[in-house]
Design a protein around this ligand. Structure first.
Ligand code: LRH
Length: 468
């Protein structure tokens, strides 16, 4: 069986061919293309026209296919008019137009009530808050999230795949349906929300192949592609532009403790719940390199490895790190504000970012254990960040659990294997999918060292007021 995964990430997109058979899955990347924010009339936007053209070119290069599946980052959307035409290029979630929007929405539906239904983390860029800043709702007939927009472009089909719909804040996490009551109360007409689709449904045909609904939220596909075992309680860290750290649950956890702990419930493949925290992620590092005009990630990591351990740390989730800009200056300012010395050399700046990320993962993991009442025994780091050995090692130490790093291509694997299953491959459940991933990829284990230095670091940072 030969299927293609189109995987659109915030900094690059790719088309990957997956071949499934003989107890293995193999991937070949056929096309990779850059992605990023573009200036669209004073608002940061996505150039979906270019992304879709690149995706189609990649699918053509892929040759004959048995299936096509599409995933991308979450929360962003395009609005279509009654003729199915896109009103404007979709806005980028890092645009500042959402400033003040959470408060405006919470005045209509209190935050705790929103959480009790949708269970999402109240991040300013979540779809429901973006829609509060939207000027085109009256002219729009349909809202499509990014992967659904590409499915529409390829097949004409209109729908919303559930894993990504669950990130909007307009989805009823328990019922698995749109939360139409909430939508109407926050001023989003129910007519905009298209029929929901589940993984495995055939959505249409493109280039002679069925387009199959996969976990269209990249993180949902990545979590499926994490080589976890059913007999060992695990957490995952989908490590890319964003860091999504969480656990897999059988059903949503919509408690006040989960909300106040900063965790969101997102729908996983096969009706699971991904209880996770969205941590700012490698964005802070890539923006730092961009500010330096450098593309030398390996060099930056090597200098961080040589820099002294346990220097200054920052709250990577502070809103100031969200928009594009001069990260080294923001890091220095955050260190000054908390009475810490500023990192001096570039190696120290990178070390500060990595230790701050590891500390954020540690705090999230402890919080997850607290709200679920389950101790985590292993952390699966998947995605591009699994290649970052220094960060994986720091994460193992900070979290006090073994880190299993890999696969880097967990998202594409999750995408490919949901298609393969829908097309008849013998993969009875998600554990069978994960077993196949484990059998087909190289993994690296990072064992934790003595955690006492991290206890001290966290205490020092807390006393300095790093988290406010
Ligand atoms: C990761 C991701 C994440 C969302 C963010 C907008 O790519 O999908 O899960 O929170 O992008």
């Amino acid at each position: 069986m030969r299927v293609a995964a189109v995987d659109l990430g915030a900094t690059s997109g790719r088309v990957v061919v997956g071949e499934v058979g003989g107890g293995r899955v193999g991937l070949t990347q056929v096309r990779r293309f850059p992605n990023g924010p573009v200036d669209g009339g004073g608002v940061l936007r996505w150039d979906t026209g270019a992304l879709f053209a690149e995706s189609v070119a990649g699918l053509r290069e892929a040759g004959p296919l048995d299936g096509i599946g599409i995933d991308s980052w979450a929360v962003d959307y395009g609005l279509l008019d009654a003729d199915g035409a896109l009103l404007r290029p979709p806005a980028h979630h890092r645009d500042g137009r959402t400033a003040g929007m959470p408060a405006r929405v919470h005045a209509l539906v209190p935050e705790a009530e929103l959480y009790a239904v949708g269970g999402v983390q109240a991040l300013p860029f979540t779809t429901v808050y973006q829609l509060a800043a939207e000027t085109d709702l009256d002219r729009a007939a349909t809202l499509l999230l990014i992967p659904d927009l590409l499915v529409h472009h390829l097949t004409g089909a209109v729908g919303a795949e559930r894993t990504n719909a669950s990130t909007t804040g307009l989805y009823d996490a328990r019922a698995g349906e749109w939360a139409l009551g909430v939508a109407e109360r926050v001023g989003v007409p129910g007519r905009l929300l298209p029929p929901l689709r589940s993984q495995g449904e055939v959505l249409g045909t493109a280039l002679g192949a069925p387009v199959v609904a996969v976990g269209s939220h990249d993180t949902a596909s990545a979590v499926l592609g994490a080589p976890a075992r059913p007999d060992r309680p695990f957490a995952y860290l989908s490590s890319g532009t964003w860091s999504l750290i969480g656990v897999e649950l059988e059903r949503p956890l919509l408690t006040e403790a989960a909300r106040l702990g900063g965790f969101g419930n997102e729908a996983g493949v096969d009706g699971t719940t991904r209880l996770l925290r969205n941590v700012m992620g490698l964005w802070v590092l890539t923006e730092t390199l961009r500010a330096w005009g450098s593309e030398d990630l390996a060099g930056a990591l090597a200098s961080a490895a040589d820099a002294p351990a346990f220097g200054p740390v920052v709250d990577v989730d502070a809103p100031g790190f969200l928009p594009p800009g001069d990260m080294p200056a923001r890091i220095a300012a955050a260190c000054r504000a908390s009475g810490q010395r500023e990192p001096g050399t570039r190696g120290e700046v990178v070390r500060c970012v990595l230790e701050s990320l590891a500390l954020a993962y540690r705090r999230a993991l402890r919080g997850l254990e607290r709200v679920t009442g389950t101790a985590v025994e292993v952390l699966h780091v998947v995605g591009g960040g699994a290649r970052n050995e220094l960060l994986c090692a720091l994460t193992a130490d900070a979290c006090g659990v073994p880190v299993v790093a890999g696969p880097v291509e967990a998202t594409a694997l999750g995408n490919v294997l949901v298609q393969a299953r829908a097309l008849g491959a013998d993969l009875p459940d998600r554990w069978a999918v994960r077993e196949l991933v484990a059998a087909s990829t190289a993994l690296r284990v990072h064992r934790p060292g003595d955690g006492r230095a991290w206890d001290a670091l966290e205490a020092r940072a807390g006393a300095a007021g790093v988290w406010g």
